[in-house]
Design a protein around this ligand. Structure first.
Ligand SMILES: [Fe+2]
Ligand SMILES: [Fe+2]
Length: 211
């Protein structure tokens, strides 16, 4: 069902962005500097697509449909997932409050940002694992084609609120973000190497020379 597949694909994109954000955070340990531009890009993605679009899909589309079809099996777990959403939003607000100070090099803001971001990453990873392992299989089991159509119509209304006309899908933006995080981390690692070891690195050989 397309409504379930959409949530599943967004979990994959979300995990990629969490990996990228973790890479950005871990990388700052090498030279005590946060790449604030990239951290801000990751934060904006999470605000708009994870805690915005994705949570709305679940809270207004998928979860209510599940609650109607299997109230006894879902009531408790869905209530705990909603509390999880609220908790994640609180971490996002903390990150947003600290990012500007962190960008200006304030160590206290940077540490608070890092702490909130690491907690957020951990929460989101566990959260999407629970949904993938419990909620999506249950949805595949109990939802009917007419539920799928109704949920997709709700998704469309939600997308109109969260996406600008012609804006690429969140999963496309996540791939760009991951690529630039990996690229910038490699660049910074290279810049931290002593000049001598940088100059001693062998030049890549053409395939014919290696054969
Ligand atoms: Fe969720
Ligand atoms: Fe989710």
């Amino acid at each position: 069902m397309r409504s379930i597949q959409t949530v599943c694909e967004e979990h994959r994109a979300l995990r990629e962005v969490l990996d990228a954000l973790e890479l950005i955070l871990r990388c700052q340990r090498a030279d005590d500097r946060l790449d604030a531009d990239l951290a801000l890009e990751a934060l904006e993605w999470l605000e708009r697509f994870s805690d915005g679009l994705h949570q709305d899909r679940e809270e207004l589309g998928l979860f209510p449909a599940l609650l109607l079809r299997a109230p006894d099996r879902t009531r408790e777990v869905l209530a705990s997932l909603l509390r999880w959403h609220a908790d994640e939003r609180a971490r996002i607000l903390e990150m947003r409050a600290r990012i500007e100070g962190a960008a200006y090099g304030d160590a206290c803001s940077r540490d608070a940002f890092t702490c909130a971001a690491l907690e957020y990453i951990e929460l989101q990873r566990r959260h999407s694992q629970v949904e993938d392992a419990q909620i999506l299989p249950l949805a595949r089991e109990v939802l009917l084609p007419e539920d799928d159509a109704r949920i997709l119509a709700e998704y469309q209304r939600i997308e109109q609120r969260h996406l600008r006309p012609g804006e690429p899908a969140p999963s496309e933006r996540s791939r760009e973000l991951v690529a630039s995080a990996a690229h910038r981390v490699l660049e910074r690692q290279a810049s931290l190497l002593p000049a001598r070891s940088r100059s001693l690195r062998p030049a890549p050989q053409p395939p014919s020379a290696r054969a």
